[in-house]
Design a protein around this ligand. Structure first.
Ligand code: FES
Length: 185
């Protein structure tokens, strides 16, 4: 009787390799290939999901002492560690978040060379600074109101208070406040 013709793979194997061994080897390589494809898809999927989450997001402590009120001069002082602007207007202070409301990049403050009048919520206001986001071009007026770009809402303002213990200024990140908030110091 004529023996069956060996396959190409079998032809490459050592003589005497059993059909069962060939089948097992085929199955092994098939599983290995499937595993490699799944691993590649998995890592690409993870990279895609990760790219949707900005690296700049992080947990902020909820109440933070930032120093005595008189260390903040007239105008806006940027607290880099907390991504926050502390703004003094004579004897009042307020705080504006530097976290862009689009996807969380840090906005940059632009001091205007000369004040300009802008209309915000129906009221004319004299602007001395603006905030611009370097990521996708959102722009905010000096009070944090968004006026251009993809930002969906104004920059957050947080409540300020003076600690009764040591007189330091406390920023309460758990308490957003509206743009009328002022702490008199
Ligand atoms: Fe600021 Fe997109 S994160 S405009």
């Amino acid at each position: 009787m004529k023996s069956p013709k060996p396959s190409a793979e079998a032809a490459q194997l050592e003589p005497g390799t059993s059909p069962r061994a060939i089948k097992t080897r085929r199955s092994f390589f098939s599983k290995l290939g499937t595993g490699a494809v799944l691993a590649a898809l998995g890592s690409q999927g993870y990279a895609l999901l990760r790219s949707l989450v900005p690296n700049v997001l992080y947990e902020q402590p909820r109440r933070l002492k930032v120093g005595p009120p008189d260390q903040f001069p007239e105008g806006a002082t940027y607290l880099e560690d907390h991504r926050l602007f502390l703004v003094r207007e004579r004897n009042t202070l307020h705080s504006i978040s530097a976290v862009c409301t689009h996807l969380g990049c840090t906005v940059k403050m632009l001091s205007l060379t000369s004040p300009k009048k802008v209309r915000i919520n129906g009221q004319w206001v004299e602007e001395r600074r603006e905030f611009h986001c370097p990521c996708h071009g959102s722009k905010y007026y000096g009070d944090g109101t968004n006026y251009s770009g993809p930002a969906p809402k104004p920059l957050a303002w947080y409540k300020l208070e003076v600690s009764p213990d040591d007189g330091q200024l406390i920023v309460d990140f758990s308490q957003p406040v509206n743009q009328n908030f002022r702490l008199t110091v």
